[in-house]
Design a protein around this ligand. Structure first.
Ligand SMILES: CC(C)(COP(=O)(O)OP(=O)(O)OC[C@H]1O[C@@H](n2cnc3c(N)ncnc32)[C@H](O)[C@@H]1OP(=O)(O)O)[C@@H](O)C(=O)NCCC(=O)NCCS
Length: 221
């Protein structure tokens, strides 16, 4: 008998989450483009990469629906990641050329995109997507979640602080960043700046390495 497709109703938002299907990659591409308007589209998912991702690791990805409309998504892959060598770019993780970058035996979940349609933000959808990602880590016994977090608020501070100083101030709660503060409040460590992570001249091409450690991870030999 076929397995029932995954479906989860967000308690706070009422949004229905499902694992993505290949048929949805057109709408997912549009959500990606509209959610990262200052990023170079080369650094964002395109349809062929999303198709590969859905084929490789649909069970680690979630798409949020309001009725028939896709309004949110949280995507990711399994990777090998060395916290001792944290510097990397988005292309080191998602190499493009129609591949997803997913490694079936990777012991970290790399969050490659989280996006909520503008008119649906601040209703707890982002938080619900993170809960689902954390459940993936628990289900597959992964070490945790790693990602390169965008830091849109840096545009107003880049003349005053280096990217690392800015991240430190957001970490201490002295500066509010629309994205990094949300990640911090979701249990992520804001580790360090990732220079040249993406092409985004507004923030001098920086991102922040963010890490959530799975407290239930068990070392297996
Ligand atoms: C970052 C992003 C995914 C957050 O999604 P979201 O659905 O707005 O997230 P949530 O609603 O769970 O939380 C966002 C804020 O709304 C607040 N909030 C949640 N429910 C709320 C409610 N009912 N009323 C008022 N505020 C609420 C949260 O406390 C949080 O506050 P904070 O920003 O001060 O920490 C979304 O802003 C987005 O898509 N941004 C563009 C793409 C992007 O930057 N992605 C991240 C890449 S690293």
């Amino acid at each position: 008998m076929d397995k029932e497709p995954f479906s989860h109703l967000g308690e706070t938002s009422g949004i229905r989450y499902m694992n993505p299907l290949v048929d949805w990659v057109g709408d997912m591409t549009q959500l990606e483009l509209s959610s990262f308007p200052t990023s170079d589209p080369e650094d964002l998912y395109n349809e062929s990469e999303l198709k590969a991702l859905v084929e490789d690791f649909s069970e680690g990805c979630f798409v949020g629906f309001d009725q028939e409309n896709i309004v949110a998504m949280g995507l990711g892959i399994r990777v090998h990641f060395d916290l001792e060598k944290p510097l990397h770019t988005v292309h080191d993780i998602v190499p493009g050329n129609g591949t997803s970058g997913h490694h079936q035996d990777g012991d970290w979940y790399y969050g490659t995109s989280i996006a909520v349609s503008k008119q649906y933000r601040k209703r707890g959808i982002g938080n619900e997507l993170y809960k689902l990602r954390k459940e993936v880590c628990q289900c597959f016994n992964l070490r945790g979640i790693v990602a390169g977090g965008v830091m849109p608020g840096y545009v107003d501070h880049k003349n005053d602080y280096s990217a690392d100083e800015y991240i430190e101030l957001v970490r201490k709660g002295e500066i509010y960043d629309p994205t990094l503060t949300f990640q911090r409040d979701n249990g992520f460590q804001l580790v360090c700046a990732l220079p040249n992570y993406i092409v985004n001249p507004e923030i001098d091409n920086n991102a922040a390495l963010i890490v959530w450690q799975n407290p239930d991870y068990e070392v297996v030999n």
